[in-house]
Design a protein around this ligand. Sequence first.
Ligand SMILES: *[C@@H]1O[C@H](CO)[C@@H](O)[C@H](O)[C@H]1NC(C)=O
Ligand SMILES: *[C@@H]1O[C@H](CO)[C@@H](O)[C@H](O)[C@H]1NC(C)=O
Ligand SMILES: *[C@@H]1O[C@H](CO)[C@@H](O)[C@H](O)[C@H]1NC(C)=O
Ligand SMILES: *[C@@H]1O[C@H](CO)[C@@H](O)[C@H](O)[C@H]1NC(C)=O
Ligand SMILES: *[C@@H]1O[C@H](CO)[C@@H](O)[C@H](O)[C@H]1NC(C)=O
Length: 362
Amino acid sequence: MKLNAFEGFLLVVGAAVLGGDFAQGAKNKFRLHDSPTFIGGVQPRHLEDPKLLSECAPNKEPETGVPAEFDGREAWKHCPSLWEIRDQGHCLSCWAVAIASTLTDRYCIHSNGTSNFRFSDQDLLGCGSKYTGWTSEICTGRGHRRLCAPFPLSGCQGGSIGAAWKYLTNSSLGLVSGGWYKSDYGCVSYKYPPCDHTKESCYKVGKVPKPECRRKCLTKYNGTYPLDKRAVTSACKFTYPADSNDTVYNNFVKKVQLEIMQKGPIIGAMRLYDSFQKFNPHDENELYKPSGDEKGDFFHAVKIIGWGIGHQNGTELPYWLVSNSFNYYWGNRGFFKIFRGKDVHVSAEINKHLSAGMPEVV
Ligand SMILES: *[C@@H]1O[C@H](CO)[C@@H](O)[C@H](O)[C@H]1NC(C)=O
Ligand SMILES: *[C@@H]1O[C@H](CO)[C@@H](O)[C@H](O)[C@H]1NC(C)=O
Ligand SMILES: *[C@@H]1O[C@H](CO)[C@@H](O)[C@H](O)[C@H]1NC(C)=O
Ligand SMILES: *[C@@H]1O[C@H](CO)[C@@H](O)[C@H](O)[C@H]1NC(C)=O
Ligand SMILES: *[C@@H]1O[C@H](CO)[C@@H](O)[C@H](O)[C@H]1NC(C)=O
């Protein structure tokens, strides 16, 4: 595939970024294995290409308005997957894990809790990675600003959220069911063991075996691969209104909130800074808010399940409630809160990279 076709995609690359940050990455020769970096990643310009994903349609505001606080785990008590925290292990699969996780929640939510289907992150990782990754080099920019760097990206070295949604919404594809590492649940379980995400050893990703596309269910599973596939009927993005006034910005946030309230969790991608690595909340309401002067070449995809007002050092601040893929012992039982403010630099740019998709409930 021509690399240019990927320009503008949301690249969840874990180790490489395009655009302005790319030069820095190239200069550093993507020293992924030397750097105590996190797993996961997203390219900032991905969703800005109008050809990739269309803008999410607005949802009708209920008469009661948008609440100041919303927690998907409480709103959809009948859907236990909202409480589940996955573990991506040593693999840079945050893109696949976060997407499979939102689809799982939405499947339950839209069946009113009558039907559960745990979407397999591994199926997306293995079978979607050809579509969502790169095998030769990545290039960006035009003319004298064009930059290319060899980097063998595949599922475990990152993917692309924009491309993943594109792959999934191809009606003949979709995803099968699947459980955790070594789980008997479903058709295709996760291939990479959990690791301790508070330790640097968890991020030595160089030796991770390449994910395979095995179009075959576990032998114990009472189902067949093609019949187990569940379709994803639509996907969309939210375009962050850069340099907007407060009214425009607040309307943007409200639009995102209505999507979450009425359709279920969404995907966000945040820039990874050292401060996130050190983030260790003292209480459940302490939120992550970087200082704004940090640099980070890496991005990480996560699932947003709500919002509210928390604090940093006692100062009250609005947040997004996020479900991470670093297992239960990370953050607040696997969850964390991130500053939800107009200034993208002190919210790790998460508002710039929001997208959502809807499974077909059968
Ligand atoms: C869920 O409940 C709502 C309201 O009762 C109903 O309109 C909708 O059809 C139900 N959906 C399913 C999939 O049963
Ligand atoms: C959809 O998937 C089918 C089967 O893998 C493939 O042949 C087709 O090219 C895909 N369509 C798009 C638009 O990617
Ligand atoms: C396997 O699936 C078939 C068809 O849906 C069903 O009739 C059968 O009871 C299932 N067996 C088990 C052990 O769940
Ligand atoms: C905010 O910006 C919008 C769009 O540019 C404009 O229509 C609106 O009047 C502005 N509101 C304020 C309070 O400046
Ligand atoms: C929070 O307070 C502590 C102690 O007063 C201080 O060291 C730290 O820099 C503060 N953090 C922020 C982000 O303001």
